[in-house]
Design a binder for this molecule. Structure first.
Ligand code: ADP
Ligand code: ZN
Length: 761
């Protein structure tokens, strides 16, 4: 980012000192697109009073002086020197869109994720806020006290005089319509006052939507059990000091974590402060929302189906301090709460907290930074904490609270594995459901219970392969096997949505009878319907739940008992609470186990544990059956015993041995483009630059690659990646910054840096 970097960190908005004429006002401006800046602009005298740090401005850029909108990130008084600066043309936002705290946070993100500040700002501010969605320009009239003082001398007609008197009582001003209504006159007298210049005119933006106030049913809270009480006190201690602390709540599913969050937030609210609760997008259900709305008066739920106007209205309410609790997905970590008191991240291990476009931030790390800066506690809750959080807790950087029991002493469900390699576990007729699982489902249904079946692959058949020549039908853009979808008979790419009619003959050798293999949720659904003919069943995956609201509607039907068997992808594994589910079946626990990803075991452990948590929540108890080809794998054994600590004990030494996170920092550089040779050559060049930079660092970071990425071609682009590891995050970033500073990729080749990557494909 060049020589101005230094300025990005001393950020207190400087006071406006205007009397010294040898100095002038300089606005520092950054852009969301190349060139990112920062650039300096002269602030014309006329615009000085209007300009706030954190507002957008329109400025001329480049030789042609094309007008561009950028963010003003600092305003400084400087002695005039050297070449005169270009003046900024217009102030776009009358008020700053960013509080000093959020602005500071964006500087941290820019430095930590190696992402231009303008791009970070664009991500932090919702587009609806930038566009002022749902507002319109409205004329307001006001009257100056001097005019009112001379009212008698003006000898105005009665209506005009009355209008001025009424205006004098409205310091915020009135619209012409409001004024006419208050006076009981037409627009004519008002028009005359405007023509005579007796009133001041001002255009302001006003909100068009009125947000509906939710009905509030006051829930009678139980008294907390001992584990909950202990967890609550751990949060309240730093809250009362007040100071920052990160608290990891490792609580089994159903241990009453949410109730603990709510009690802590009640305390926050009693101080007149606000809380932010982050949950995975998929958990932003009406139930979650009702749970918070039943306990707090003013809740803003930020979900992805909000209209831009509603999103903007929420943002304004939050910024105005009018909201007590903000509940939302990843980006809610930027909620502009004026007096933050607490941040909670529920299901903190969830991969959706990492953004996969620039800035590639992780909400957990941004939240920690924000909580630290604003001196408030951060709570990370999960039944399966990320190893990052666990490791930090073990090292003493975070405080750990265990909640090992379910509320009301319900036991955790029994988990049994079914070895798919053996005869008894073998699948009858090559079906997906083994005999023991079939029996368990039958018994559950006979006893009036409900069943959940997890299969983490959508579609019908996951490969289409010729038995003669071995040809696999792949996406021409992605080099990935197409998945056969029964509806419409299409073979579809799960990355780019490319599809063809599913072939009957081999496209390569023309032999008829190409084979459809591999199991997807659609095929599982067919098998369930065939083997449990009269049992109402429902498939839940991103194909069947494409419409907004269909996910909640389906869950409502399941909760009501109308559906007996719910089958689907990980969508069904998360955070749902159904007391009547007595059997959970995992169709294939190994789907994630053999991914080329160092977190494969962790993902598998999380998925099995989370889905197992969906049962045994009622008096009838519950069982979990896990079908697997590797029942002895430590991640599966640990999940079977509900033993997170054992999983971490097995896994952390492996991470340490290979220098993987969380024992080291990691950066991934991905290069892509339509011509493989160009991408490969550029990747070599990047590697050479990074090696040169690494040579100046002691100890040197480990650098792997460049190699084709595990998904070597996506959407028409060939992909290569480089992986860097180092024990120290800061040292690693220095190397990556130095090694990528002068990069000039050839046309058509793009590259990205992913700090703390989650997606390894
Ligand atoms: P978690 O978030 O750990 O999965 P929840 O907070 O959702 O757990 O609690 C699980 C269930 O137990 C919820 O239905 C909740 O209403 C109930 N619950 C929570 N705390 C108590 C308590 N102290 N006594 C009785 N029921 C409780
Ligand atoms: Zn594709």
């Amino acid at each position: 980012m060049g020589p101005r970097q230094r300025d990005l960190f001393d950020l207190e908005p400087p006071p406006w000192v205007l009397d010294d004429t040898s100095e002038h006002g300089v606005a520092v401006v950054v852009f969301a697109e190349v060139p990112y800046g920062p650039y300096d602009y002269e602030v014309p005298d006329l615009l000085r009073a209007q300009l706030q740090v954190g507002a957008r401005v329109e400025v001329p850029l480049g030789r042609g002086d094309r007008m561009r909108v950028g963010y003003c990130i600092a305003v400084e008084q400087r002695a005039r020197a050297g070449r005169p600066l270009k003046p900024l043309r217009r102030v776009v936002d009358a008020r700053s869109l960013l509080s000093p705290a959020i602005l500071r946070l964006t500087h941290w993100m820019s430095a930590y994720y190696l992402c231009p500040l303008g791009q970070v700002l664009d991500a932090v501010l919702p587009a609806s806020v930038r566009d002022q969605a749902g507002t319109r320009a409205q004329l307001f009239l006001r009257v100056l006290p001097e005019v009112v003082a001379q009212l008698a001398a003006l000898r105005l007609p009665a209506k005009q005089a009355e209008a001025l008197q009424i205006l004098a009582l409205a310091p915020q001003g009135l619209t012409p319509d409001e004024l006419a209504r208050a006076v009981g006159c037409t627009q004519a007298p008002i028009h005359t006052l405007r023509r005579k210049g007796l009133v001041q005119e001002e255009m302001r933006r006003v909100q068009q939507v009125a947000l509906a106030a939710p009905s509030r049913e006051s829930a009678a809270p139980w008294s907390l059990n001992d584990d909950q009480q202990r967890a609550l006190e751990t949060i309240l201690a730093p809250l009362r000091r007040p100071s920052h602390e990160t608290i990891v709540i490792h609580g089994v599913t159903g241990s009453g974590k949410t109730e603990v969050y709510i009690r802590a937030i009640e305390e926050v609210v009693s101080y007149g402060r606000q809380a932010i609760v982050l949950v995975p997008e998929i958990s932003l259900t009406p139930q979650t929302r009702r749970r918070f709305e039943s306990r707090f008066e003013r809740v803003a739920v930020l979900h992805s189906h909000l209209t831009p106007a509603d999103r903007h209205a929420h943002w304004r309410r939050i910024a105005g301090g009018d909201v007590q609790v903000v509940v939302g997905a990843r980006s809610a970590v930027f909620a502009p709460t004026p007096h933050l008191g607490l941040i909670v991240i529920d299901e903190e291990h969830d991969a959706s907290f990492k953004q996969d476009t620039a800035p590639r931030y992780h909400a957990r790390d941004v939240a920690r930074e924000r909580a630290q800066a604003e001196q408030v506690p951060l709570v990370l809750g999960s039944a399966t904490p990320s190893l990052e959080s666990w490791y930090a807790a073990r090292a003493g950087a975070y405080r750990l609270v265990e909640m090992p029991r379910r509320v009301s002493s319900l036991p955790l469900p029994d988990v049994a594995t079914i070895d798919l390699r053996t005869r008894s576990g073998g699948r009858r007729d090559r079906g997906a459901i083994s005999q023991p699982l079939y029996q368990a489902v039958r018994e559950a249904l006979r006893d009036g219970g409900q069943v959940i079946l997890l299969l983490n692959r959508r579609g019908f058949s996951t490969t289409i392969q010729c038995p003669d020549c071995g040809h696999v039908v792949k996406c021409p853009h992605c080099d990935i096997a197409l998945t056969h979808h029964r509806v419409g008979g299409k073979a579809r790419c799960h990355y780019c949505d490319y599809d063809i009619d599913s072939p009957l003959a081999c496209p390569a050798c023309r032999v008829e009878g190409i084979r459809y293999a591999g199991l997807g949720t659609q095929k599982l659904e067919l098998e369930v319907r065939a083997r449990f003919p009269d049992v109402p069943c429902l498939r839940m995956d991103s194909d069947s739940m494409a419409k907004p609201g269909s996910h909640e509607a389906a869950l409502d039907r399941f909760r009501a008992g109308e559906i007996k068997i719910l089958l689907g992808t990980q969508m069904i594994a998360k955070g749902l609470d159904f007391p009547n589910v007595t059997v959970v079946g995992v169709i294939n626990a190994d789907t994630a186990l053999h991914f080329p990803d160092f977190r494969a075991a962790e993902r598998t452990f999380q998925l099995v544990t989370q889905v197992a948590g969906r049962t045994g929540r009622g008096a009838q108890g519950g069982r979990v059956l896990v079908q697997t080809y590797s029942p002895e794998h430590p991640a599966i054994v640990a999940a079977q015993h509900h033993d997170y600590a054992a999983f971490a004990r097995d896994e952390l030494p492996i991470r340490a041995q290979f220098g993987y996170p969380p024992t080291a920092a990691m950066v991934r550089v991905v290069m892509r483009g339509p011509i493989e040779a160009c991408v490969a050559a550029f990747a070599q060049h990047v590697a050479a630059q990074l090696h040169a930079a690494a040579a100046r660092c002691h100890p040197a970071p480990r650098l792997l690659g460049p190699v084709p990425a595990p998904l070597p071609k996506l959407r028409g682009d060939y992909r290569y990646h480089l992986l860097l590891y180092h024990p120290q995050h800061a040292a690693l970033l220095d190397v990556v910054r130095a090694g990528t500073q002068q990069l000039q990729p050839p046309a058509d080749v793009l590259w990205i840096v992913d700090v703390d990557p989650v997606d390894m494909l």
